[in-house]
Design a protein around this ligand. Structure first.
Ligand code: BGP
Length: 486
């Protein structure tokens, strides 16, 4: 007789940890042969709630390249993890991390992007990081492209707008897979691949002078190149290091209809499909019909090489990962808009917002997990989730961040419920376990960490690492495998 058995909690081998990106933590932007990246030519914002990449032009890049300081470009300094990685990893180990998600900066290995041989000093740095993780039995989860690429490829061929970038990227991925063979069990190809529709930070392509239509055409073409490069990286990894697994990475934004009016429900469904389209291609291996129709109706024509579709079909990802920060609301006619780090959507009156206007929705995480599992039946991995907040360092050098604990607790409770719903969930890497430079605004004062870093928005401070209250809380969560959330 059929006997249902619901796992009441997380599997024993659940991968608890944290996630960062090279351009937000490493610093050391011009040492040991590293080339300048797309992330390091984007100025810090002056309006912390509204990020825009629309002002990146060839001229602004030339000005940035000529500027040899980090004053306007905080991602050049990060939190100097390049020189503090041992101390940082020791703290992660103290919390009990099983996994650490970080990215390898393409430009440390291939400074301009088109070299034929890698920069050995770059490889040596990541050797040291991986050795340090192994020392504490922390498994590396490596993002191959997290919102940066060598600026040389933008200047030479307009980044991912060019098909040539596929070969450049796959030379980089082949180098990584060969060099770190047997030492990195998990990889992700493109961070939040869907945000390529928003522009430069993800495509490395300058498109500010184009019409809206031509901009969209260029961005979807760049994304097609990324899909192919991702599939080819999957092929390479499976050949070079068959025990390692590779996943896709989506900025998942569940969309709710603003009312039960069927036209609103349909509008929300379409928005949702356009978000899931990316995972459809990477996990199912084909462009879904609803997007083919969308392209036809919007005059978007993708140039594809004869083998592209076969390549996508043959090399789908092994697992699906995503970031989860917020949900949005859609109405057939326009709804009131709220913030995201680039996305905007309708306001949901049932939800609270972070100080940056991001709508906080723990239950949405369960909905998301259940729906992704139903749609793809591939293992899922929550690789980003966290709360950006202004923290106060007390006179006796403590940070009492109960708001962060509350946020994370509620999301972990919903993950647990999803596991009991039958979702196969590999792990959870909260964003970012140590304070880092904000992706969207390049602020330091938008803090996510369990570990406070003494540095202000102007880059001043001792860089001392200080454990917040949430540090001890997460330590308990991991030790109890998600049972003790108090
Ligand atoms: C995701 C990015 C991260 C990260 C996070 C928080 O979209 O993958 O790089 O920074 O958002 O965003 P922000 O730093 O803008 O608060």
């Amino acid at each position: 007789m059929y006997k249902p058995s619901f796992p009441k909690t997380f599997p024993k081998d659940f991968l608890w940890g944290g996630a960062t990106a090279a351009n937000q933590v490493e610093g050391a932007w011009n040492v040991d042969g590293k080339g300048l990246t797309t992330a390091e030519v984007v100025k810090k914002t002056t309006d912390r709630k509204h990020m825009s990449m629309d002002d990146v032009t060839t001229e602004s890049i030339k000005t940035a390249v000529a500027d040899k300081t980090d004053t306007l470009y905080p991602k050049r300094r990060g939190v100097d993890a390049y020189h503090h990685y041992q101390e940082d990893i020791k703290l992660f180990a103290e919390m009990g991390f099983k996994v650490y998600r970080f990215s390898i900066a393409w430009s440390r290995l291939f400074p301009q992007g088109d070299e034929t041989e890698p920069n050995q000093a770059g490889l040596a740095f990541y050797d040291r990081v991986i050795d340090e993780l192994h020392k504490y039995h922390i498994q590396p989860l490596v993002t191959l492209s997290h919102y940066e690429m060598p600026i040389g490829l933008t200047l030479k061929q307009n980044g991912w707008a060019s098909r040539d970038t596929i070969a450049d990227f796959n030379r980089f991925t082949r180098t990584v897979f060969t060099h770190f063979k047997g030492r990195v069990p998990y990889y992700l190809t493109f961070n939040e691949i869907n945000t390529g529709t928003w522009g430069f930070h993800a495509t490395g392509a300058i498109d500010t002078t184009l019409s809206k239509h031509d901009q969209l055409q260029l961005r979807y073409q760049a994304l097609h190149h990324q899909f192919v490069a991702s599939a080819l990286a999957t092929k390479q990894l499976h050949e070079i290091d068959p025990d390692a697994k590779i996943g896709s990475m989506l900025a998942r934004m569940q969309t709710y209809p603003a009312t039960p009016n069927p036209v609103d429900v349909r509008a929300a469904q379409l928005e949702d499909d356009k978000n899931l389209f990316f995972t459809d291609v990477q996990a199912r291996g084909e462009y879904p019909e609803f997007m083919n129709r969308y392209f036809a109706e919007n005059g978007i024509k993708l140039a594809m090489a004869p083998d592209d579709q076969a390549t996508l079909a043959k090399y789908p990802v092994d697992f699906i990962s995503f970031s989860y920060y917020m949900t949005t609301v859609t109405k057939a006619d326009a709804a009131e808009q709220v913030n995201g780090n680039m996305a905007t959507g309708g306001r949901n009156p049932y939800l609270k917002e972070s100080d940056w206007g991001w709508q906080i929705d723990p239950v949405g995480l369960r909905i998301t997990l259940d729906e992704l599992w139903d749609r793809y039946r591939k293992p899922l991995f929550v690789v980003e989730n966290g709360l950006g907040a202004v923290d106060q360092l007390t006179a006796d050098r403590h940070v009492h961040d109960s708001y962060r604990i509350d946020y994370l607790r509620q999301h972990i409770q919903q993950m647990k419920a999803a596991v009991a719903d039958g979702v196969q969930l590999m792990g959870y890497t909260m964003w970012g376990p140590i304070d880092l430079i904000s992706f969207s605004t390049s602020e330091m004062s938008k803090r996510y960490g369990f570990i406070y870093v003494d540095q202000d928005d102007a880059g001043k401070g001792s860089l001392e690492r200080i454990k917040k209250d949430s540090f001890y809380w997460y330590q308990k969560v991991i030790k109890s495998n998600g049972e003790d959330l108090d």
